[in-house]
Design a protein. Structure first.
Length: 117
């Protein structure tokens, strides 16, 4: 996106003017889905993740908050992809110390976070 190189570096929690996005905000945003679940509708969070240009510590903190909430709600989830810019393998994040895994670069910190949920 033209001009995106001038955006402020993302943080988590994220402050946008007078609004703060944090775990409590995420919880409130999920209320409509909780109401549906209470009516017997299954909930699955499909294709979520954060692009490799987002700072790794921010991504992990944001993921942790979401995963905690989804686990508490007994919701399923799936990553946008396993390999590539959103994945745990070969994501090409500049700020990750990768481990070698079967010829790939593994983001072990992200993998462990995902395994906990």
């Amino acid at each position: 996106m033209p001009g995106s190189d001038k955006y402020a570096m993302p943080t988590w929690p994220l402050v946008l003017g007078k609004e703060t996005w944090n775990k409590d905000r995420l919880r409130r945003e999920q209320e409509p889905w909780l109401k549906m679940q209470q009516q017997g509708v299954g909930v699955h969070v499909g294709e979520w993740g954060a692009y490799n240009k987002t700072p790794h510590d921010v991504v992990l903190a944001w993921m942790q908050d979401n995963l905690d909430l989804w686990k508490a709600n007994n919701w399923g989830w799936s990553l946008w992809n396993l390999y590539g810019g959103f994945g745990v393998l070969d994501s090409a994040r500049a700020d990750v110390s990768y481990e070698s895994y079967k010829g790939h670069h593994l983001d072990k910190a992200m993998l462990e976070l995902l395994r906990q949920s």
